[in-house]
Write a protein that binds this ligand. Structure first.
Ligand SMILES: NC(=O)c1ccc[n+]([C@@H]2O[C@H](COP(=O)([O-])OP(=O)(O)OC[C@H]3O[C@@H](n4cnc5c(N)ncnc54)[C@H](OP(=O)(O)O)[C@@H]3O)[C@@H](O)[C@H]2O)c1
Length: 260
C-alpha cells in the first residue's frame, strides 16, 4: 500500500490530510512529529494517520513526500533528508524555485511544485501544480481541481491569484457593512452577500467570464451603471497591481538565477 508522507504538520498539511480522508483516499498517511498538537489531533480524528519518530522516518515510509514547511527553514530541513531515486517529492513551499528544491531532494527524480488551499480540506478549490506528474495529479484530483501550469512562471501567476483570498473576503465584508449602514440587519446582510457571491461563482462555472459580464449589463440598468463607474475610477487597476507585486516576489528566485 502506498503511503503519503508529510514533512511539516501545519495548516496546509492538515487541510490536505482532512481532504484525503474525506475522499477515502486509500493511502496510509505518515506525519512528521512537529507540530505535535496538529499531528496528534489528526491521528485522533482519522484512521491510518500516524506520526513518525522523525523526518527521515517519514521519508522512508512514504512513496510520495509532501514538503509542507515554511520557506525560511525549508532548505535546512530538506537538505538533512535522504531520498530515494524513485521518490515523488511534492514541494508546497512558497518562494523556493523548482531548481533549488530539485537539488535538495536529489537523487529523487520527480519533484513537483503545488499550491493546495485550506479549502481542499472540504475537497474544494484548485490545486495549481508544475511540472506534470500523473501520480501527484491523481492525488490532487481527490481533494480539488488540479490545474497544470505550462511552466514555472505560469505556476507563479496562478499562485499569485491565491493572494486575493483575503482581499476577496475583505471586499465582501466591506459590501456587507455598506448595506448595514443603510439599516439592513448585519446577519441578514452577511447572509445576502454570501449567497450572492456563491451564486455568481456557481454561474461562472458554466460561462465565459466576459460573456457573463456583458449579459448582466441590461442597457440602462444598474449593472451597466455600476461597471461604468468602477471602470472610470480605475477600480480594477489596484487589484492587478497587487497581483503584479505578489508575482514579482514569487519570481525573484527565478530572476536572481537568470541574472547569474
Ligand atoms: N497555508 C496555506 O494556505 C498554504 C498554501 C499553499 C502552500 N503553503 C506553503 O506550505 C508551507 C507550510 O505552510 P503552513 O501554512 O502549513 O505553515 P505552518 O502552519 O507554519 O506549518 C509549518 C509546519 O512546519 C513545522 N516544522 C518546523 N520545523 C520543522 C522541522 N524541522 N521538521 C518538521 N516540521 C517542522 C512547524 O512546526 P512548529 O509549529 O512546531 O514550528 C509547522 O507545524 C509553506 O511553505 C507555505 O508557503 C501554504
Amino acid at each position: 500500500m502506498t503511503a503519503l508522507g508529510f514533512i511539516g504538520a501545519g495548516h496546509i498539511a492538515a487541510a490536505m490530510v482532512e481532504g484525503l480522508r474525506a475522499a477515502d483516499s486509500p493511502e496510509d498517511i505518515v506525519l512528521s512529529p512537529r507540530n505535535a498538537g496538529v499531528a496528534s489531533k489528526l491521528v485522533a480524528r482519522f484512521p491510518r494517520v500516524t506520526v513518525a519518530a522523525d523526518n527521515q522516518a517519514v521519508v522512508e515510509a512514504s512513496e510520495i513526500v509532501f514538503l509542507a514547511v515554511r520557506p525560511d527553514v525549508a532548505p535546512e530541513i530538506v537538505r538533512a533528508l535522504r531520498f530515494r531515486a524513485d521518490h515523488i517529492v511534492v514541494s508546497l513551499v512558497a518562494l523556493r524555485p523548482e531548481g533549488e528544491m530539485r537539488a535538495l531532494v536529489s537523487p529523487a527524480r520527480h519533484l513537483v511544485r503545488a499550491v493546495p488551499l485550506p479549502s481542499n480540506a472540504r475537497r474544494l478549490g484548485p490545486i495549481a501544480y508544475f511540472p506534470e506528474s500523473a501520480r501527484a495529479r491523481a492525488i490532487f484530483a481527490r481533494i480539488g481541481t488540479p490545474v497544470l501550469a505550462a511552466d514555472e512562471r505560469a505556476f507563479h501567476r496562478l499562485w499569485s491569484l491565491t493572494g486575493l483570498i483575503a482581499p476577496y473576503y475583505a471586499l465582501m465584508e466591506s459590501l456587507a457593512s455598506w448595506a448595514e449602514e443603510g439599516g439592513v440587519a448585519r446577519e441578514a446582510e452577511q447572509g445576502y452577500v454570501r449567497a450572492l457571491f456563491q451564486c455568481l461563482s456557481a454561474m461562472a462555472q458554466d460561462g465565459k467570464l466576459d460573456d457573463l459580464a456583458r449579459q448582466a449589463q441590461t442597457p440602462g440598468g444598474i449593472n451597466e451603471q455600476a461597471i461604468a463607474l468602477l471602470r472610470a475610477s480605475g477600480a480594477f487597476g489596484p487589484w492587478r497591481e497587487a497581483l503584479a507585486a505578489v508575482n514579482a516576489r514569487m519570481n525573484r528566485g527565478l530572476d536572481d538565477k537568470a541574472g547569474g
